[in-house]
Every structure is written in C-alpha cells, then in structure tokens.
Design a binder for this molecule. Structure first.
Ligand code: G1P
Length: 290
C-alpha cells in the first residue's frame, strides 16, 4: 500500500536560466502543463493520496498551482467556460492532502528526502523527481506499485543509457535479472564511464522503505559533496535490504536538460491529434531549409 509520495522541488534550476530566475524549474511548461503537474498526475494515477513537496524559497508558485483560485474560478464560471474551469479545478490537491516542507540548504537529494522523515507513516513511500517526464500507457509509478512486494526492498525505475551519459546517474551493479526486475548487488552515484558497473541507470521514480531515513540521517557527503540518496540505498543493501531495479514500459524525457525538455515537447505534440499536423508541417519546412 503506497499512499504517500515525496516530490523534491527545492533545486535552483540553473541549467534553465534565465527562464528559471523568477519561476521554479518545476513550473516549466511542456506543451500546456508544468512539469510538476505531470508528476503529480502520475502519482494520483498510482493511487497516491498524500503529497509531500520539499521546497525552498521562491517555489511558492508550486503551492499556488495545486490550490484553488477563487477569483479565476468565478470569472470562468460567469463566462460559461466550463472546460477551462474543469481543467483548473481538477489540478487541485484535496485539502489536507498536500504538505510543503522547506529544505533550508541545497545539501543534495538524500537530504531533501530526509526532510520528509516525520511525515511518512507507512512502511514504504514513493519518490518522484519532476525533471523526469514519463509518457506511458500505464503510468510508470503505477507499474511499479503494482509489481512491488516487500521482498523488493527499495525499488528504483531504471533505463539503459549510453556510456557518455552514465556519469549523470546512479548506476546499478546487477546480480541477476528476472522479467522487468533487476536484482542489484550494488549501486554507485555518478561513476565515471570507466568505473560504471553497468549501463543500467536510475531515473526519478522510487519506492523507498522508511528505513532509508536511518542512513540519510548520518548526513554523509557523497558524489559532488552532496548527501546522496544512492549512498543510503547502498548502505541498506549492504545490511540486507534488497535493491530492485524496475524496467518500466514507456518513454522517459530528462526535462532537466534543454534537449530532453525539447524532446518531451516534440513527443507530446506528435501524440496529440490537434498538434501533430502542425508539427509535421514545421518538420517539412525544416527539412527543406537544411
Ligand atoms: C538524481 C539521483 C541519481 C539519479 C537521477 C535521475 O541525480 O541522484 O541517482 O540517477 O537523479 O534523474 P540528479 O539528476 O539530481 O543529479
């Protein structure tokens, strides 16, 4: 029963400056929705009922986005714009089901997760990184929740990445593979390509055991001087909590990079019957010009 999800949204988004000078990077739009909305919708589709956001200064727009907006709602109502009204009302997270916790310093993903420690009641919880937008027939987190069992310990969504990109990820050392599941015997954060134990990399969907807060609480610095979630997963693995990689069905776009964000926009436009013809005509013009 995974009912709680944590969304770390405290990052500075410096790769997208100046766009992210005054707006949170999680509010960057892909087609017509901000990145964080894709992640929250994915969590809702997986049955999540409690939403914990780890925020920092300047991230207030995220809280507003999932709140009601009575002035706007009244105007839309008065003008009979029922479709738009429905769009903005369906975004809301029901009262009492969202929690916003400030991370005071950017000490790393592991530290951001640790900030939620007092608010996780169940034995396991989900973690979603909004940078990773996943387009899938069945939401990636739902696939994970459905296949998860206690023997999996901590579960991470994984993909295979090219050697040139491996140093951007947490990477699994694989003991064996069974169907969609990969049993890890180790995990390392941002290895060089020469030291990477495999090409199987963690992307931003996790099911974590509550025991993760033990090693995270030690606040040991890892790669890049940050408190790394990957290191806490490795510590638990060494003390007999399994780590399972999950090969989900779907396409993942790394919207933390300009290229990934552009690919996400193009892929979503291509699968939208209204936008697809326009995209095709742009492609024809581009092809002619080159
Ligand atoms: C984080 C994790 C890393 C994971 C990645 C997925 O890194 O530390 O293990 O592979 O997310 O996107 P970041 O992208 O925050 O540097």
């Amino acid at each position: 029963m995974i009912k709680t999800a944590v969304f770390p949204v405290a990052g500075l988004g410096s790769r997208f400056l100046p766009a992210t000078k005054a707006i949170p990077k999680e509010m960057l739009v892909v087609i017509d929705k901000p990145l964080i909305q894709y992640a929250v919708e994915e969590a809702k589709a997986a049955g999540i009922e409690k939403f914990i956001f780890i925020t920092s200064q300047g991230k207030e727009a995220i809280e507003d986005h999932f709140d009601s907006h009575s002035a706007l709602e009244s105007v839309l109502q008065a003008r009979g714009k029922t479709e738009d009204l429905e769009k903005i009302c369906s975004i809301r997270i029901p009262e009492g089901q969202a929690l916003f916790i400030r991370q005071h310093e950017p000490l790393g993903l592991g530290h951001a997760v640790w900030c939620a420690r007092h608010y996780i009641q169940e034995e396991s919880f989900a973690l979603l990184l909004a940078d990773d937008l996943i387009q899938a027939h069945k939401s990636c987190l739902k696939q994970m929740v459905e296949s998860y069992n206690d023997d999996d310990g901590n579960m991470v969504a994984v993909i295979d990445v090219p050697e040139s990109e491996i140093n951007r990820y947490g990477v699994l050392d694989i003991a064996r593979q069974s169907g969609a599941k990969v049993v890890a015997r180790g995990v390392v954060e941002k290895p060089s390509s020469a030291n990477a134990p495999s090409s199987t990399a963690i992307i931003g969907r996790y099911i974590l055991r509550k025991s993760i807060f033990g090693p995270l609480g030690l606040k040991k610095q890892g790669a890049g001087g940050e408190i790394q979630l990957t290191d806490a997963l490795q510590t638990l693995l060494a003390s007999d909590t399994p780590l399972t990689g999950f090969r989900f069905k779907g396409d993942r776009y790394d919207c933390g990079t300009k290229i990934g964000w552009l690919q996400a926009n193009l892929a979503l436009a291509a699968s939208d019957p209204e936008l697809r013809p326009y995209l095709q005509s742009v492609m024809v013009t581009l092809n002619k010009a080159s």
